[in-house]
Design a protein around this ligand. Structure first.
Ligand code: F6P
Length: 360
């Protein structure tokens, strides 16, 4: 059995741990060969295909390392691949053929919802046998309580809130922390609760500046500082989307923290400062739970291949690994449910989401 393995989409902590688990289980448990494909689908587009044999000795010692030793990309969808002249071309047939060039019997793809959708399309087109493993700091893949990388990102964001508390108290300031999460507020919600924020702003719950400032003023009557955690995709005070264009013409989130801080300062007179955590949330050693998840997902995914159960994604539900159809996991975006238990927890602690009534 020749098993292919690739990591796709934005990197996160725990990818090397999953590579180690897949290789260990496949080689030592089943006696298979594992070929690691470099730079996600880019590796399958190259000729010869850019792949390397992975061995248990070769992946020893990577459990606690951030990043991915195979490399990854979150750009260049093979179905709309950017050509030199800027036009999009369909390179999917070449990528799909890359699997057969390697004479693979199956492929394990580690990715978020976007990557898993693309890999599934390629699998259908190229006759691949695919098993998916969910990873993303955004935690926006359906049917799994945790994706690899999320808990590490929350740990980093929580540490940032802890540090901001100290300097906020020293200077009597309102500190605004902008965190990642793409279109979902999972990181902001968890880190805001774990760090003891006063206000959490997430894209799933519309806010008013009046409600936010009401909370901050109430807080400042009892102590001299406040902490606001805001998810990057939260809309501006007038409901506008806050994005900027990068050098490649791609629209990216970023800037809402500064806007909120400015509004708070002008409405309350408080001194405000902004921290944009950015890619710090994706690097560094994986948190213990991400190492556990990565290990459990890797072993289970290999065993799915051994059982010839394809087109499935491993998932974490009720403290155990299960598997679900990839199609179902990627069919719908998984944001924060405004009625989620953690939203209730936060409200129960007096944390505001900016939708509190009576403050307009
Ligand atoms: O999906 C993971 C993520 O880190 C998002 O939270 C963020 O919006 C985006 O990727 C950033 O992408 P890039 O690495 O291309 O800047």
């Amino acid at each position: 059995m020749r098993l292919g393995l690739l990591t796709s989409g934005g990197d996160c902590a725990g990818l090397n741990a999953v590579i180690r688990a897949v290789v260990t289980r496949a080689v030592l448990g089943h006696g298979w060969q594992v070929l690691g494909i470099r730079q996600a689908t880019h590796g399958l587009l190259s000729r010869p295909v850019d792949a390397v044999e992975l061995t248990p000795d070769g992946v020893a010692g990577v459990l606690n390392l951030g990043g991915t030793l195979l490399g990854t990309t979150n750009r260049d969808n093979p179905f709309a691949y950017p050509a030199r002249d800027g036009h999009a071309t369909d390179r999917s047939a070449v990528v799909a053929e890359g699997y057969h060039e390697l004479r693979l019997d199956a492929l394990i793809g580690v990715g978020g919802d976007g990557s898993l959708s693309i890999l599934r399309r390629l699998a259908g087109q190229g006759g691949w046998k695919l098993v998916g493993i969910p990873k993303t700091i955004d935690n926006d893949v359906r049917h799994t309580e945790h994706a690899i990388g999320f808990n590490s990102a929350v740990a980093i964001a929580t540490e940032a809130v802890d540090r901001l508390h100290v300097t906020a108290a020293s200077h009597s300031r309102v500190m605004v922390l902008e965190v990642m999460g793409r279109d979902a507020g999972h990181i902001a919600l968890s880190a805001g609760i774990a760090g003891g924020a006063d206000v959490i702003l997430i894209p799933e719950i519309p806010y008013t500046m009046a409600a936010i400032c009401g909370k901050i003023e109430e807080r400042r009557r009892r102590r001299n500082f406040s902490i606001v955690v805001v998810a990057e995709s939260v809309k501006g005070p007038a409901g506008e989307t806050i994005t900027y264009m990068d050098a490649h013409g791609q629209s990216r989130y970023g800037g809402i923290g500064a806007l909120i801080a400015q509004e708070i300062a002008s409405r309350t007179g408080a001194e405000t400062r902004v921290t944009v955590l950015g890619h710090v949330q994706r690097g560094g050693a994986p948190a213990p739970l991400d190492r556990v998840l990565a290990s459990a997902f890797g072993v289970y995914a290999v065993d799915l291949v051994a059982a010839a159960r394809y087109d499935r994604m491993v998932a974490w539900q009720n403290r155990r690994v299960v598997d679900v159809p990839i199609a179902e996991a990627v069919a719908q975006y998984h944001g924060v449910d405004p009625d989620d238990a953690l939203v209730h927890t936060a409200r129960g602690l007096g944390i505001a989401f900016g939708d509190e009534v009576g403050r307009d």
